[in-house]
Structures are given as C-alpha cells and as structure tokens.
Design a protein around this ligand. Structure first.
Ligand SMILES: CC(C)(COP(=O)(O)OP(=O)(O)OC[C@H]1O[C@@H](n2cnc3c(N)ncnc32)[C@H](O)[C@@H]1OP(=O)(O)O)[C@@H](O)C(=O)NCCC(=O)NCCS
Length: 176
C-alpha cells in the first residue's frame, strides 16, 4: 500500500503589517542565536529608510519573515536582503524560498534594480544571486574569515547600478 502524499501547507505570503511586529520578533529570536537580527529589523522599521518587509503565514500563524532595506553606493540607492528566517519547526518546506522570491520581486518593482545579500551561495544562487566582488562590488562585512563569494548580487537585466562599496543601513553596523 502506498502512503498518501502529505498535503502541502497553505502558505500565504503578504507584506508585513504593524501588528505583525511581535510575531516577527519571535520568529527571528527563535531562528538566530541572539536578538541582534530582531533588534536590527525593528530599528530599520522605525526609521525613514526605504524597506520591504514580507511574511509567510500558515493557518494564520506567522512562520517566516524577510526584510530588504535600502543601502547606498555613494548616493545611488540599492537593496540589501536580510535578515530572512523561517521558524525552525517549519524549515525545509520551501517556505523561505517562496518568501525570498516574493520579497525580491516586490523590491525590484520599486525601481531600484539590484539586491545584495551576504549569505551561503549554495542557498542564494537558486534565486538568481551571483558573487558580487568579481563584478566590482564590495562591502565592509567581508571581514577576514568570511568567504568572498558570500557577498552576492541579483540584478535586473536593464540594470544600471554603479560598482563600488555597498553601504548597508547603519543598523547593520552591529554585525561588524
Ligand atoms: C535560511 C532559512 C530562512 C531557509 O528557510 P526555509 O523555509 O527552511 O527555506 P526552504 O525550505 O525554502 O529552503 C531550504 C533550503 O535552504 C537550505 N538552507 C537552510 N538554511 C541555510 C543556511 N543558513 N545556509 C545555506 N543553506 C541553507 C537548506 O539546506 C535547504 O536546501 P535544499 O533545498 O537544497 O535542501 C532558514 O533555514 C532559517 O531561518 N535559518 C536560520 C536563519 C538564517 O540563517 N537565515 C539566513 C541568513 S540571514
């Protein structure tokens, strides 16, 4: 007898709302070793800098969160992806991937044509990210011990983004 396939969870992806703040904090604290990412998200959300924040929920329960915030190359705006997190109990079901795709699409629709991320290339290449340093971009977060290929970029075909150093929102300085 063959087992019935598990039904796929009914995932809703949507823009974050003000009343999601507590649930987002809980997911971030559960997923990362410290509260730094939760504090970072709250600092960016409270400020004036442009950002795109999306969440996933299953049966009304918020389980995944993704933030993209505005950074700069000199005066030119770019997007910086992170943090992204799925509650540990819901990881490896494809939910984080769907959320990253949706958040990037929403950010790129706003007219800024490049998204940068610092993370594992094995994970991010599936979303169209490619190592940024060989293309002429750099970041202060490439400290000794961090693989150079961890700094990646996803660009639109018609991109016209200057190369140079990507300055993340100052809230990221807590990670240097
Ligand atoms: C990274 C994360 C958001 C992925 O969410 P998810 O809902 O499990 O994602 P998906 O199910 O769509 O994708 C799972 C894939 O991500 C990979 N993956 C998960 N965490 C990873 C990590 N830290 N680095 C590299 N790959 C990772 C898994 O190996 C899996 O790959 P596979 O499809 O080849 O098996 C989630 O694992 C998480 O919250 N991790 C802790 C926080 C974190 O490290 N965030 C990323 C840095 S900001």
């Amino acid at each position: 007898m063959t087992a019935e396939p598990e039904p796929k969870p009914n995932v809703v992806i949507r823009a974050a709302r003000a009343d999601d703040a507590h649930a987002i904090r809980l997911v971030l604290i559960e997923s990362f070793p410290s509260a730094d990412e939760a504090d970072l998200v709250e600092e960016i959300r409270a400020g004036e800098t442009g950002h795109v924040e999306f969440v996933s929920e299953v049966e009304g329960l918020l389980i995944s969160t993704c933030l993209i915030s505005e950074g700069r190359i000199d005066m030119h705006p770019v997007w910086c992806l992170g943090p992204v997190a799925t509650a540990p109990a819901a990881q490896r079901c494809g939910i984080g991937s769907q959320l990253i795709e949706a958040t990037c699409e929403a950010a790129l629709r706003r007219g800024v044509r490049a998204v940068f991320v610092l993370g594992d290339p094995a994970f991010y290449r599936r979303f169209g990210f490619t190592p940024a340093v060989p293309l002429g971009w750099s970041t202060q977060f490439l400290t000794p011990g961090v693989p150079v290929d961890a700094f990646q970029v996803k660009v639109c075909a018609e991109v016209d983004t200057p190369t140079g150093n990507v300055d993340y929102h100052h809230a990221f300085d807590r990670f240097v």
